[in-house]
Design a protein around this ligand. Structure first.
Ligand code: SF4
Ligand code: SF4
Length: 398
């Protein structure tokens, strides 16, 4: 395993961190036996950073990690990170109450890395400052309940820089991958933090899985041009780790093969190890994706729940699929997954009642209402209705 040093505290962190938001699950609950086995395997391979948050797995992720790391032989090998949810904070007292609850769930006296979770915009940060977040962080460190503080941010570059400047952070977390080099904090934010000795951890390295799995034909053909054979996940992770300014990539892992592959990449990839030919190839794949992707939705689900029941990320996924994989398949799957065949009722774009509640929550600043109208126009209509009726009949008779 490769390790990179956090400048402000000297901690050596594995370049792969275990994200605990999508642990192995069974019947909607954490599959504790499987997830524990995977965590132990990752630790054996040198992974030493575990990232959870208050809402992951409906609040159960922290409880689960508390049980796993009650075993001190495991706990002593790792750093645990969790996060304060700004959306649950209404008063200064809420901050103390939530932190105490998290300490109890994690079964620790002190949290290694404590982040302000998902700062979505300047308004969120200003509100937290007004409620006394700076005082809270100072006291959390002074009391020993927290060892290091950081923040995760999906906001734009200017807000990111403002937050960086407002506190003596040890680390931060940003969305960064080869498709998103210039959105949110992006490359400039990465450099800005690094110049101030703030370690940068990366979330969404595979863009919610859209950079792997079934790829557009053109993208497959582009990757195939390389003389070095690598999976799309390997290319994506290597591109990130090639940046010496990155400390750690967080990956939400629950499939054995993915864990092994991610560990292999993290173990083999040093900063500045990609050559010009490799970087050029990744950039040409990026250009291909950019030309195919219509809506830059990462499926983060911050826009949900929609009061009208629209499954916004799934609508956008099917819409992007249309442009990457073809119209017929996208229309069929849109009907199957969103129109009461496999879904609970109708969750299609046309159910939007234009209330606008979702848009302020979108870290990608997507004009959700406008895009949903386009989704409805292109994937619903008469062909969609016919396909929906056929799909329902097939599913019901099978
Ligand atoms: S604008 Fe439409 S999609 Fe967004 S929350 Fe309101 S009803 Fe749902
Ligand atoms: S529309 Fe925005 S908030 Fe909703 S899932 Fe997509 S990126 Fe996330």
């Amino acid at each position: 395993m490769e390790y990179r040093v956090i400048k402000k505290n000297g901690d050596k962190i594995s370049t792969l961190g275990f994200g605990c938001m999508r642990l192995a699950s069974k019947l909607g609950r954490i599959n504790e036996e499987k997830a524990t086995e995977q965590i132990k395997y990752a630790i054996d391979q040198g992974v030493n950073y575990f990232d959870t948050a208050y809402p992951y797995h409906g609040g159960e992720s922290e409880n689960f990690l508390g049980k796993v790391f009650a075993d001190k032989s495991l706990r002593n090998k790792v750093k645990i990170a969790t996060k304060l949810p700004p959306w649950s904070v209404r008063t200064r007292e809420d901050m103390d109450r939530i932190l105490d609850e998290q300490l109890s769930k994690l079964q620790v006296d002190s949290i290694d890395y404590y982040l302000v979770h998902g700062i979505m915009g300047q308004d969120v940060w200003d509100r937290l400052k007004g409620l006394g977040i700076i005082d809270f962080l100072d006291k959390a460190i002074a009391s020993g309940k927290v060892k290091n503080v950081g923040f995760s941010c999906h906001s734009n570059l200017s807000t990111f820089k403002n937050v960086v400047d407002d506190y003596d952070w040890t680390m931060c977390q940003i969305q960064y991958n080869y498709l998103d080099e210039y959105i949110q904090a992006g490359r400039e934010g990465l450099m800005y933090a690094e110049e101030r000795d703030i370690a940068v951890f990366i979330m969404e390295p595979l863009r919610g899985g859209s950079l792997v799995g079934k790829l557009p034909k053109k993208v497959e053909q582009e990757w195939a041009k390389s003389s070095v054979k690598r999976s799309p996940a390997e290319w994506a992770l290597k591109w990130i780790l090639n940046h010496k300014e990155v400390t750690c990539i967080l990956s939400g892992m629950n499939v054995d093969e993915h864990i092994k592959e991610n560990i292999k990449v993290a173990s083999e990839t040093e900063a500045n190890s990609l050559n010009k030919e490799e970087i050029d190839l990744i950039e040409s794949v990026r250009d291909l994706y950019k030309s195919l992707t219509k809506i830059p939705c990462t499926a983060c689900a911050y826009c949900l729940p929609c009061p009208a029941g629209v499954n916004i990320p799934l609508c956008f996924e099917k819409y992007n699929d249309k442009y990457m994989f073809g119209t017929l398949g996208a229309r069929v799957m849109y009907q199957v997954q969103l129109n009461g065949v496999m879904s609970d009722g109708n969750n299609m774009a046309s159910k939007c009642v234009d209330c606008g509640l979702c848009e302020s929550h979108c870290p990608q600043h997507i004009e959700i209402r406008k895009e949903l109208k386009q989704v409805s126009k292109e994937l619903e209509g008469i062909p969609g209705k016919i396909l929906g009726a056929v799909a329902k009949r097939v599913m019901k008779s099978s």
